[in-house]
Design a protein around this ligand. Structure first.
Ligand code: SAM
Ligand code: SF4
Length: 354
């Protein structure tokens, strides 16, 4: 199947397909395209979930502001730098700094200092992706100037109407979209993605999401199945939640995205593993090439439950590393240690500009 052959109607048909044998063929096609365009090295992005303090109140998220049963935490800067240094010493090419959204000056300065300290501690060799929600162009530029080269901001869904059912009135689809545009203008490697299997989301919506990734020339994709969290307004919104079907849709989206976009980095996200212990390996086999081992100290993990059943609550970073290496070898792939693993799509764009 070539890129030009994958029409919106094809995407919808695949997303509605449930026959495992047919889908297996799709996943194999996606895998072949992955091999040809990004290879079979898996790159690690060690994720540090350094704070669950969030100003926002997304209806689906377990750490939303209104969830009073969450014990809020902020990891000390020294400990964040130590975790980043550990990742560098383990030869991980890069890390992700992720947290709830805060827009105050103190937060902007804290991240700026953290980026400077991480760069100093790791000889400027560790790639850093930021995943800190919507921020102003000024703040994004400050972070860009001290080593934040990549940014992950999921659009969550590209259907504005659906977006409005998932968020309170003061969370605006257009603001999120503008932030993605600002990131591009500031020369970040831009990552986005959606939740798959949201209440009210159609196969057409998901096909449009893939078109959005193409139209916006996205470099990195971080998307995964939506999984309800019992203490959120959407906790009961999928009464017939079927984890096998949800996983299948997630894998189908990964495969279709690989076939349509070819040379981007695509993460096999933890939500896949929450639905099936082999979920991330299956993601690699359906076209993903990035895995995000969790580097957050286990004592904080309980506080970062975005959805019910998030895995690896009690596995420390070292255990995560070895468990993952075995899982990656089990599907015949290897880890790209010591390499940033930049998105080939991004590198091509930069080469064209120079
Ligand atoms: N606060 C930042 C933001 O929203 O962009 C970054 C952290 S946020 C926890 C990261 C991602 O978690 C969101 O983009 C969302 O897609 C995902 N997420 C939140 N709740 C989820 C759920 N119930 N199921 C699956 N993914 C979820
Ligand atoms: Fe906050 Fe991000 Fe969760 Fe929304 S998805 S409530 S912004 S942490």
């Amino acid at each position: 199947m070539s890129n030009s052959e994958l029409t919106e109607a094809d995407c919808i048909r695949w997303l509605d397909t449930t026959a495992p044998e047919a889908l297996q063929e799709l996943y194999q096609q996606a895998y072949a395209i992955k091999q040809a365009h990004v290879g079979t090295k898996v790159f690690y992005r060690g994720i540090i979930e350094f704070s669950n303090v969030c100003e926002k109140d997304c209806f689906y998220c377990g750490i939303r502001r209104s969830n009073k049963s969450v014990k809020r935490y902020v990891v000390q800067d020294d400990d964040v730098v130590a975790a980043a240094t550990w990742a560098w010493e383990q030869n991980y090419g890069s890390i992700v700094l992720q947290s709830g959204e805060r827009k105050d000056d103190a937060f902007a300065s804290q991240i700026e200092k953290l980026l400077q300290r991480i760069s100093e501690a790791t000889n400027g060799e560790l790639g850093v992706t930021l995943s800190l929600g919507e921020q102003s162009p000024d703040v994004l530029e400050r972070w860009r100037n001290v080593g934040g080269k990549r940014y992950l901001l999921r659009i969550e869904t590209t259907n504005p109407k659906l977006y409005s059912t998932l968020h309170p009135d003061d969370h605006h689809f257009e603001d999120r979209l503008q932030c993605l545009r600002d990131l591009r203008d500031l020369d970040y490697q831009v990552g986005t993605g959606v939740m798959i299997g949201l209440p009210g989301q159609t196969s057409e919506d998901l096909a449009n999401d893939i078109q959005f990734f193409k139209d916006h020339d996205i470099d990195m994709i971080g998307m995964g199945p939506y999984i309800p969290h019992g203490e959120t307004p959407m906790g009961n919104s999928l009464p017939d939640f079927d984890s096998a079907r949800q996983l299948q849709r997630g894998l189908t989206m990964l495969a279709l995205t690989r076939i349509a976009l070819r040379d981007v980095n695509i993460a096999a996200t933890t939500a896949l593993q929450a639905l099936d212990p082999q979920g991330r390996e299956r993601g690699l086999e359906a076209g993903a090439n990035i895995i995000m081992p969790n580097l957050t100290d286990t004592k904080y993990r309980e506080g970062y439950q975005l959805y019910d059943g998030k895995p690896c609550l009690d596995e420390n970073a070292g255990m995560c590393r070895f468990c993952l290496e075995g899982r990656i070898a089990s599907v015949g792939e290897s880890v790209g240690y010591g390499e940033h693993g930049d998105s080939p799509h991004y590198l091509k764009r930069v080469a064209q500009q120079t």
